[in-house]
Design a protein around this ligand. Structure first.
Ligand SMILES: [Zn+2]
Length: 206
């Protein structure tokens, strides 16, 4: 199905990490669809000793003037700590994640901050493969960064818009794709791709 043309994607800057001396922003993305407001990833909301060396500087969603109650559903691209730290804010709302990712985050050591994956009251909807979340809004498995990573594809009728999490951490990984997830994104011939750790969306070279 094709999405209504009024779908809007808004990035929200929820913090910065320091990775190998470089400041790496953390973004989450709000997708306003006529049928629902969808939040893709939830960033971080607190510090944790396990990631102190990344010197997180947080602007959590709770302080962004963003009304959490307006979110109808959440999608996690994957469950690394900088993508699921705010899941606890969305109890009572379905959180869509690939089953593979949920299994890995719950079972593999040093995968994420385990306490942030399953705080009290958080309810996941495990997804197996491709899933149509809303008309014109699809979840697609895009392995590479993690084997359970998924992307959100907005089919606008022409070229899709994509929210890709860490499928690519920086633009070079989409310029020269190598993982299955990166190759999938390029094969979809998107108009633009929002990443979690870059300020601007990636666009293919003309
Ligand atoms: Zn990340």
């Amino acid at each position: 199905m094709t999405a209504p043309s009024s779908i809007l994607i808004t990035p929200i800057h929820v913090g910065d990490l320091l990775a190998e001396g470089e400041v790496m922003p953390i973004y989450v993305h709000v997708i306003d669809h006529p049928d629902a407001r969808v939040l893709v990833d939830t960033g971080m909301t607190e510090l944790h000793p396990a990631v102190a060396d990344l010197d997180p500087r947080l602007h959590p969603l709770t302080e962004e003037g963003f009304d959490l109650d307006t979110v109808d559903m959440v999608v996690n691209t994957h469950l690394h700590f900088d993508h699921c730290g705010g899941n606890k804010l969305f109890t009572g709302r379905p959180i869509y994640v690939q089953r593979q990712e949920l299994d890995d985050a719950r079972s593999e050591d040093e995968y994420t901050i385990r306490d942030w994956v399953d705080p009290p009251g958080v309810r996941y909807v495990p997804v197996d493969g491709e899933f149509e979340l809303l008309p014109g809004l699809r979840l697609l498995p895009a392995p590479g960064h993690t084997r359970g990573t998924q992307i959100v594809v907005v089919d606008t009728g022409e070229r899709p818009l994509i929210v890709a999490g860490d499928t690519a951490v920086w633009f070079g990984e989409l310029d020269k794709p190598s993982t299955p997830g990166q190759l999938l994104i390029r094969a979809l011939n998107p108009e633009l791709v929002w990443l979690s750790h870059v300020h601007e969306p990636w666009r293919p070279a003309r």
